[in-house]
Design a protein around this ligand. Structure first.
Ligand code: ADP
Length: 588
């Protein structure tokens, strides 16, 4: 155990132990090795480069694409007495010149820059001659075309590194990298790092998929049942955001909204209100959230399908960063697939055939996520190359709160129909055949004469479609890509028929409350935290996190020594807020 890094962790950040892989990553960097850390959102990536930055002799340059996150990080670091600064397009020319002066004087340990900064000759010339100990590359998946947020300017980073006389240590971090993206990061950064992958699993998050509901009614019911909780509701269009927002406002919820159709000023204000707990529900398009480090988000509801699992996991992952229970709900509606297809086909920036194909593949992965009957947590983990779980006991498919129905016969009928029609038709046609439709194509191609015609005439077409979706989600059937997608059966389907296996699906009820405690003590501390944060003009969570407040309620610390045992309270935090809180605790 390297005592120094534990001392720094406690003194500056107030934590006594490292999260998974943090210690290994930090030791790797301190031993002067290039390092790649793949940790889920909330996994604690920042500390992995910030602790080495404090110990190494020289500057750490942090490359981050998220301007708002940069500001938060720099504010937090400076409040912990770690001299830091950022350089990005929000600064004026004079501000930037001032920063350069201070860099010359050796004032900073950590400097945050956007990847675009490496296009500035001025910046490169000024920074090149400095003692750069580490370059930390955040959101490293942006360097890969296979990633979901490819950013061309990331490709300038390796060029910059090559131009340096003394090569610094390179550390790179990302939350969502499939094995393909990992390889791409290594290739494009042209390095051979020590790789640390912590499990992608976020155990405190409960995942649910909700189908066949009116989404607005569902959201209203959910909010009614989770009164004191705050969270984010994502919708895919501005129109939907506006409409959900008005409905909730009318019902007197403290709600804000965020989308690209609003002015920068309005957006910034609403974002700050949410971060500072002035409103506790945010309705937004996916433009919202990049760089939001709000730890007490108790739910993330997706009113619509996200474009891929990477985006979904990142957006849903904004829930429960404090480690307390939180709920991620995706409301599935088949019409959303059409919307996503439209976005893919009409993206003026990325129209190359290859990229469109990748996007379609990613879309079908998230659609299958919605239809699988297996553990949906496991589905996500396997997608990111992590381990398989049979039953997580914390997702809508695993939780034992629904009835099970046998669908063996239905599955046999559907697979036989695909087989009998020689795997030549798409989903709509198979549905029509099984339902016994007399539409003109059926009659034109004499499909009313195949042996499986009208085999499921007692089912609605919607019900047959839902069963087919499930069989696709569970890999019994697959849909080919291309202009005319066709249903095919897999080896798994053949084994299923041959071995006379049975198949069931869950009829799920997902409204169980998450196990989350809300106490009067917590409420008092939360209000007090808000007062302090407002005075300082900072978000509440930068004072203390919810987890810290919950621990205070549990142990009611009455002096410095007891306070320092609380999660998230180190010397620095104690000096600032410790005595103030002790006064309040004594009253409780
Ligand atoms: P990421 O960038 O991986 O999403 P952050 O670096 O923002 O995660 O960290 C998420 C939260 O976890 C922050 O509130 C951070 O202070 C906290 N954290 C980081 N490391 C530790 C640790 N060792 N113990 C407890 N909390 C930690």
């Amino acid at each position: 155990m390297n005592k120094d890094i534990y001392d720094v962790l406690k003194k500056y950040f107030g934590y006594s132990s490292f999260k998974e892989k943090q210690e290994g990553i930090i030791n790797s960097i301190l031993s002067k090795n290039d390092t790649l850390g793949i940790l889920p959102t909330g996994g604690g990536k920042s500390i992995c480069y910030q602790i080495p930055a404090l110990i190494l002799d020289g500057i750490t340059l942090v490359v981050s694409p998220l301007i708002s996150l940069m500001q938060d990080q720099v504010d937090t670091l400076n409040s912990l007495d770690i001299p830091s600064v950022y350089i990005n397009s929000t600064l004026s020319f004079n501000d930037i010149m001032n920063v350069y002066e201070c860099i010359n004087d050796g004032d900073y340990k950590i400097i945050y820059v956007t990847p675009e900064r490496f296009e500035s000759i001025e910046f490169i010339e000024r920074i090149k001659s400095k003692n750069i100990a580490q370059i930390a590359i955040d959101e490293a998946h942006c360097i890969s075309q296979w990633g979901h947020d490819f950013r061309k300017s990331y490709l300038n980073i390796p060029k910059f590194i090559n131009s340096l006389q003394n090569r610094p240590i390179i550390s790179a971090f990302t939350a969502t990298a499939t094995p393909k993206v990992q390889k791409d990061i290594i290739k494009n950064l042209n390095f051979s790092p020590n790789i640390f992958i912590s499990g992608f699993d976020r155990k405190n998050l409960k995942f649910s998929i909700v189908k066949g509901v009116n989404s607005l009614s569902y959201i209203k019911k959910y909010l009614k049942e989770h009164k004191n909780e705050g969270g984010i509701i994502y919708a895919s269009t501005r129109k939907e955001v506006d409409s959900i927002f008005s409905e909730l406002l009318e019902r007197k919820y403290q709600v804000g909204k965020y989308h690209a159709g609003m002015s920068d000023k309005e957006r910034q204000k609403n974002q700050n209100d949410f971060i500072n707990d002035k409103v506790n529900i945010m309705v937004a398009t996916n433009a919202f959230g990049m760089g939001i480090d709000k730890s007490n988000v108790r739910f993330v509801i997706h009113n619509n399908l996200a474009k891929d699992l990477e985006s979904y996991y990142q957006e849903a992952g904004r829930a429960g960063r404090d480690g307390l229970d939180a709920h991620c709900i995706l409301i599935f509606n088949p019409k959303d697939i059409k919307t996503q297809r439209y976005f893919i086909e009409n993206n003026e920036f990325e129209s190359s055939e290859n990229i469109i194909k990748i996007k379609y593949e990613k879309l079908s992965a998230i659609v299958n996520y919605c239809h699988t009957s297996k553990c949906i947590r496991s589905y996500i983990l396997e997608y990111f190359g992590d381990k398989k779980i049979d039953n997580c006991n914390n997702c809508s498919n695993c939780l034992d709160d629904g009835e099970v129905e046998d669908i063996t016969i239905e599955a046999q009928k559907i697979i036989s129909c695909v087989y009998r029609t020689k795997q030549k038709f798409g989903i709509n046609m198979i549905v029509a055949i099984l339902a016994g439709s007399k539409n003109k194509n059926i009659l034109k191609w004499n499909l009313n004469e195949v042996s499986t015609y009208a085999l499921m005439k007692d089912y609605s077409q919607k019900a047959i479609r839902a069963l087919i979706d499930l069989l696709v989600g569970d890999d019994f059937l697959e849909v080919t890509s291309g202009e005319y997608p066709v249903l095919k059966f897999t080896n798994k389907a053949m084994d299923f028929l041959k071995n006379k296996e049975t198949l069931t699906r869950k009829v799920t009820k997902i409204d169980k409350k998450v196990n989350y405690e809300w106490s009067a003590c917590f409420e008092t501390l939360r209000k007090f935290r808000y007062e302090i944060a407002s005075k300082e003009g900072k978000p509440s969570y930068t004072v203390f996190s919810d987890k810290t407040l919950h621990e205070i309620c549990k142990y009611l610390p009455k002096n410095k020594e007891e306070m320092l045992n609380i999660h998230g309270i180190g010397e620095k935090k104690f000096d600032k807020y410790g005595d103030l809180f002790i006064e309040v605790i004594k009253e409780i």
